[in-house]
Write a protein that binds this ligand. Sequence first.
Ligand SMILES: [Zn+2]
Length: 421
Amino acid sequence: MRAVDRVIVQAQLDLSRFRSCWSPVSDQILTYRYRLCPSKAQHAKLQAAVDHTRELMNAALEERIGAYRKAGKSISMYDQFGGLTELRRCSEYAHYSVRLQRWPLQQIDQAFKAFFRRVKAGQTPGFPRFKGKDRVRAFGFVDDKGWRLRDGYLIMKGIGAIRLSTHRELPGSPLTCVVRRYGKRWFACLTVRVPNEDAHNGQSVGIDMGVKHLATLSTGETIPNRHSDDRGRAAVRRAQRALARCKRGSKSRAKVKARLARLREREAHARTTHLHQVTADLAKRFGTIVVEDLKLSNMTRSAKGTVQEPGKNVRQKAGLNRALIDTALGRFGELLTYKAERAGGKVVRVDPKHTSQTCSVCGAVDAANRRTRDQFTCSSCGHCGCADHNAAINIARRGGVLVPGDVNVGRWVERCLGNLV
Ligand SMILES: [Zn+2]
């Protein structure tokens, strides 16, 4: 093959790879997580790779800061890739795959991009930090080179073949791999491109998300919350107190810390599982799902206020914040969105203003309409019923979904339009 031909073939390969990376609307990149079963020696090797990643992250950050201080110039990820190639000339650095070493540089690059984006948006982000010993728990590969899966083993250059617990089939060939430590356990997170399908049955629904119930549907159905059970929470508190008693840097402190992390992880798993199950069910049943566009960062903001202007109801707000974070409404919306898209449906977000104060029968808006937490009583037409169901119907209509069996829609729309103007 002539040199020119070789270049052309290479260019075509690059182009086809670019095309396969280019994501059309009809598929999604999902992460599948598998447990790794390393031996004791392999555990140490994985940890060594994590430490190496941390060193590279800190070095890359230092280089960027140094270059800016000296020359007032920022260096790009690709400049740093070049520096890495230089470093790899000495044998010590060539131990790992270059894809593994590029990963921390990519992470730092993303951190800087996020930082500058937020600066531009007028926010006050924290500058990317140097990572302390326990702050990095993962290493990864920037693409599908430098590692592979074979016969239930994850094989990585410089680390070896580690058994993988394949509890479920991977729906395609993996694109990237990140190995992450959770306490003592290791997981491989593999990204896969998954095509969207037409799986839903085409019905529409409005959903009111809340604290008492996770969700109330415009069909009248309620989906219960999974609240952290008291026993689990007591165990977490006990571990927190034990941690406070331990001397800093002591061995027992490390042990208690690991126990606390495991307790919190269990709690989080139970929460996530519940959300996954509920949202999967909804995505399967409905093609169009209308939800409120909640601004959670505003909602969970502390009510403390400032010294000059202390806030009101600080304790109550703290309780509500905990409840909001507990039910993880933001995560609910995220999961629902991607699952609906994967099933060929969509999630519509609407303005949440007055959804709980509007009467779903006559359309009257009145703060007095909702007298108690659960009961809705209209001051104008006397309609009375479940407050969350009432809100869910309003949300459905705002998203352009009509609720079956409703004869008052015309009147309702008229009143609502009048209220909006
Ligand atoms: Zn009414």
